[in-house]
Design a protein around this ligand. Sequence first.
Ligand code: GDP
Ligand code: CA
Length: 317
Amino acid sequence: MRIVCLAGGIGGARFLRGLRAAAPDAELTVVVNTGDDITMYGLRICPDLDTVMYTLGGGIDEVRGWGRQDETFHAREELQAYDVPTAWFGLGDRDLATHLVRRQMMDAGYPLSQVTEALCARWQPGARLLPMTDDRVETHVRVRTATGERVVHFQEWWVRHRAALPATAIVAVGAQDATPAPGVLEAVAAADLVLLPPSNPVVSIGTVLQVPGIADALAAKPVVGLSPIVGGAPVRGMADACLTAIGVETSAEAVGRHYGARSDGGLLDGWLVDTADAGVAVPGVEVRAVPLLMRDAETTTQMARDALRLAADLSGG
Ligand code: GDP
Ligand code: CA
């Protein structure tokens, strides 16, 4: 079976680990959000690609959920000692090597998709990781401050301000002019099934879907999504702040309706919500309630099995 997943960072990566266990023989392609990417100190940092790569490759810090295990932050401490204004961004010493390799390859002319492939040769994630695009796309957020509105990079809003400044708009700058990375549309066209992991619906999945051609390609495929919202709140992180910014309520039902039913020109055939949200209805979509908390390997694998089961039931298989 061929499966394509769209993914952000932590929620996507953890689910993918379960999916790999649930469907070890499946050919898995992951189309990863690059709207979080940022250039710092001349380095191109791709948080979601790296989170997925490290998680599937066994190099992630399991507690933090991002960055390398056994990490130290000496370089960052030195940057702080220099009063560098961007030292709020957590760049680990081990992690730096990834960004240095990426910079070197990009300077040599390789597109991000090929850089990603090269990095994955080390990590062997057991899935093909593709950036959504090789073009530069950056999510920017219009925030309200005491002195008025201004626009900041998503990372500044998310990491520096912990999304505490109210956002009035979220824009994936460059997405409209971007082209899907080589292999993305081909992978979707060849897929038996597309899964939307419980990634952030706005700044992860939502950004991938803004790259022209990707949403249209999904329209030809069965799509099953999993809710990142459980009992009216994100399981982890501040997705509620993103949903509020685009006028969507923070609930499993509202996110399901936001993705929408295929029969209404939306995306979904099936929508998995947590048992805490049993009774949720999305018109035109088969909604099923199962445990959706990725507590450990077994519960995560079971979530993936439930997504595959729902897809099989929808196709009459
Ligand atoms: P990010 O790029 O690192 O923010 O990661 P993603 O966009 O891939 O995923 C973030 C989302 O994962 C958040 O909205 C969380 O609510 C969701 N999430 C994290 N852990 C879990 C979990 O155990 N279950 C569910 N259903 N969602 C989760
Ligand atoms: Ca992210």
